[in-house]
Design a protein around this ligand. Structure first.
Ligand code: B12
Length: 220
C-alpha cells in the first residue's frame, strides 16, 4: 500500500540521517493529505527509535545521532503547522505548560506531545528543553495553567521530575496543578512513586491522559 511504503521510506530517511529526503517525504505526505499525527507516529518515530537501538549496540555514534535527529526535526517542522491548524475549530479545553527538565536537551518527543495537545484543542505553553524547575511554576502561575508536563530522557534528569513535585509542595502549590510526566526512561511506577498525577508513554496517550484528568477535576 502507498501509505505503508511512504512510512517505510520516512523510517529509512531518519535512520540514514537524510534530512532532504525526510523533508521531501513530509511534503509528499501533506500533498497526499495523510493524517499528520499518523505520519509522525508511524513514519518518523520508529526511525528515531531504531537510531537509538543502533546507538545502544555501538553501531551508531554521536554524529549519526545528531544528523538523524536533525532530519527528524526538519520533517516535524513541515508537519507541525498542519497538525496545529486542526486546532482552530475545537475551542480551548485547558491550559498546559510543558518542557524538558533542566540538564536535559532532548526535545523531539516533548515537541510531538506539545503539538498533538495543541492540535487537540489545548492551549500549550512550550518552554523548550533544559528548563529550570522554577520556570515551569512561573509560567503556570502567569497563564493560570491546569496542567504541567515534564519530559525527561535521561536517567540522570528523571530526578528533576521528583524535585519539581517537591518544589510545588514546598511552595504550597501542589493542589493547584496537575502534574504529568513522560520520556523514554519514565514509566507509571515512577510517576506513582514521585506523586505525579499521570504518565503517558506516547503523544496520543498523552492527549487521552490530559482529557481524562481534566474531566475528573471538572467533575469534582
Ligand atoms: C535523538 C537523541 C539525542 C539527540 C537529541 C536531539 C533533540 N533535540 O531532542 C542528541 C544527539 C542531541 C542527544 C544527546 C544526548 N543523548 Co540522546 N538520544 C536520542 C535518542 C536516539 C532518541 C530520543 C528521541 O527523540 N526519541 C523519539 C521520541 C519520539 O520519543 P521520546 O522522546 O521517548 O518521546 C515520546 C514519549 O516518551 C512521550 N513523552 C516524551 N516526553 C513527554 C512528556 C510528557 C509530559 C508526556 C506525558 C509524555 C512524553 O511521548 C513522546 C512521543 O511519543 C535516544 C534513544 C532512546 N531510546 O530514546 C537517546 C538517549 C535518550 N540519549 C542518551 C544519551 C546518553 C545522550 C547524551 C548524554 C549523549 C552524550 N554522551 O552527549 C546527550 C544528552 C545531553 C543532554 N544533557 O541532554 C541515552 C540516555 C541513557 C540514559 N540511561 O540516560 C539514550 C537513551 C540513548 C541510549 N540508549 O543510551 N540524544
Amino acid at each position: 500500500m502507498e501509505k505503508e511504503k511512504i512510512f517505510a521510506q520516512m523510517n529509512q530517511a531518519i535512520i540514514d540521517g537524510n534530512e532532504e529526503e525526510a523533508v521531501r517525504l513530509a511534503r509528499q505526505a501533506l500533498e497526499l493529505k495523510l493524517d499528520p499525527s499518523e505520519v509522525i507516529e508511524k513514519g518518523y518515530v520508529p526511525g528515531i527509535q531504531k537510531v537509538g537501538e543502533l546507538w545502544e549496540k555501538g553501531e551508531y555514534f554521536l554524529p549519526e545521532l545528531i544528523t538523524s535527529s536533525e532530519a527528524m526535526k526538519a520533517a516535524l517542522a513541515i508537519l507541525e503547522p498542519e497538525l496545529k491548524s486542526r486546532e482552530k475549530s475545537l475551542g480551548v479545553k485547558g491550559k498546559i505548560v510543558i518542557g524538558t527538565v533542566e540538564g536535559d536537551i532532548h526535545d523531539i518527543g516533548k515537541n510531538i506531545v506539545a503539538s498533538m495537545l495543541q492540535a487537540s484543542g489545548f492551549e500549550v505553553y512550550d518552554l523548550g528543553a533544559d528548563v529550570k524547575l522554577e520556570k515551569f511554576i512561573d509560567k503556570a502561575e502567569e497563564v493560570g495553567a491546569d496542567i504541567i508536563g515534564l519530559s525527561a530522557l535521561l536517567t540522570t534528569t528523571m530526578i528533576g521530575q521528583k524535585k519539581f513535585i517537591d518544589l510545588l509542595i514546598q511552595r504550597q502549590l501542589r493542589d493547584r496543578y496537575l502534574v504529568i510526566v513522560g520520556g523514554a526512561p519514565v514509566n507509571s511506577d515512577w510517576a506513582t512513586k514521585i506523586g505525579a498525577d499521570g504518565y503517558a508513554e506516547n503523544a496520543v496517550a498523552a492527549v487521552y491522559l490530559v482529557q481524562e484528568l481534566l474531566a475528573k477535576t471538572k467533575r469534582r
